[in-house]
Design a protein around this ligand. Structure first.
Ligand code: LLP
Length: 389
């Protein structure tokens, strides 16, 4: 089986404090190239990378240097994106609860547009823009009531979710936006969920957007931008075989099913698919513990470093980087005082000894950025291939 053992620079990391994140920047660059190639098959397509997936400054810089924009969900993310070199005019800002200072920051810097999630928010943006004597460009985030076949915690496009403006309310909010003096209405925004691998979910979104556009046209409304959010999943089971997600299929789906109006721009907000596979959480085996029931590999990374398994029962491929011993089954667990601090149960890997380096793969998205200091732990450090050069 193809694995990371051959490629991970184990020697270079000898003595490095664990746990840490390791980002394969060659893979990141190849992924960005693939996205460009596939996206360029259609004119007027733009990607705003979803900063929430990974805001490591080195990762952000590579993405900004590749010419992409940024999708932010907080003032902190806007600051991180600006610091990494994303031009303000390529930054979009979404979120159900924008604070006044965050709106002010977006206006001050002149970001591309705000994705507005309620009429109450629209009023506040109008007020602040008026006070600042400027115009706010806004898109309306519409909740398309389209389900995605993914984990319940990461679907966002259903009526029951807190996100966006309902389709019933859409016309009224558009009228409102058009009547406000300091608001320029530039587009519609959608996002149905994350880790989506079934292209039919995106087809369902396209169909919904097509319906809404037809309705709007009857009122002579044609928006400048259609933003379809992100959501493309990655292959957590096979990070070695599928290091670059199937962007060809993803962009083809939109080309085929979304009817854009002449001159209309199509915006994407992919996060996970851009950075997921290039990141690995590297941890060390502290103890091997045999109980009457099972064998535990106790590692020095915990749910504080990578919370996805504990929070979403997410699967991450795990490899022992420093052992060629026969395979054995382990519960791979961390040191945190919570029973949910488990990376995998009954997981087969090369037999472990204290000090072995373990790779927890596909951790580039929603890994380092979701780390916490629970149990007064230090946040993990992120290294890239270039740090080793
Ligand atoms: N746009 C919006 C409005 C979003 O809410 C999200 C993700 C994205 C774009 C990027 O989605 P992506 O392309 O990464 O699927 N922590 C969870 C994922 C939460 C996703 C939140 N929103 C996880 O670890 O699986």
């Amino acid at each position: 089986m193809c694995c990371m053992k051959g490629t991970f620079p184990t020697e270079k990391f000898r003595g490095t404090k664990t746990p840490f994140y390791y980002y394969d920047t060659d893979l990141l660059r190849r992924t960005l190239e693939t996205i460009k190639t596939e996206m360029d098959k259609q004119p007027d397509c733009h990607l705003h990378y979803a900063v929430k997936a990974n805001a490591n400054p080195k990762v952000l810089r590579i993405i900004s240097q590749a010419g992409f924009g940024a999708d932010c969900v907080s003032g902190g993310e806007m600051k991180a994106a600006l610091a990494a070199g994303f031009p303000a005019e390529k930054i979009v800002y979404a979120g159900v609860g924008k604070s006044d200072w965050e709106i002010e920051l977006g206006l001050e810097r002149g970001i591309a547009y705000f994705n507005v999630e309620s009429s109450a928010e629209l009023e506040v943006i109008q007020e602040i823009a008026c006070r600042m004597n400027t115009t706010a460009r806004i898109s309306l985030r519409i909740n398309p009531n389209v389900g995605a076949h993914t984990h319940a915690h990461i679907t966002t496009g259903l009526s029951e979710n807190k996100f966006g403006i309902s389709m019933d309310e859409m016309h009224q909010v558009i009228e409102m936006a058009q009547s406000l003096t300091n608001i320029e209405f530039v587009g519609l925004h959608f996002h149905i969920g994350s880790q989506i691998l079934d292209m039919n979910d995106f087809v369902a979104l396209c169909n919904r957007v097509n319906e809404l556009q037809t309705q709007l046209e009857r009122q002579h409304i044609v928006v400048k931008n259609i933003n379809v959010g992100g959501g493309l999943g990655i292959d957590y089971q096979h990070p070695n075989e599928m290091p670059i997600p199937n962007f060809a299929d993803y962009f083809r789906t939109y080309r085929k099913h979304l009817s854009l109006r002449p001159g209309q721009q199509l915006h994407f907000e992919l996060g996970r698919a851009v950075v997921g596979q290039c990141g690995t959480l590297v941890t060390k085996v502290l103890y091997v513990k045999q109980t009457s029931l099972k064998l535990f590999a106790i590692v020095d990374a915990g749910m504080t470093d990578l919370i996805r398994p504990a929070l979403y029962q997410a699967y991450h491929h795990i490899e022992n980087l420093t052992s060629e011993e026969p395979l054995q089954k382990y519960d791979v667990v961390g040191p945190i005082c919570e029973s949910s601090d488990v990376f995998a149960k009954a997981y087969e890997m090369n037999a472990c000894r204290r000090g072995d380096l373990i790779a927890i793969r596909s951790a580039g998205a929603y890994g380092e950025i979701m780390a916490s200091q629970y149990n007064c732990r230090e946040l993990p450090v992120g290294y890239t291939t270039e740090d080793l050069a």
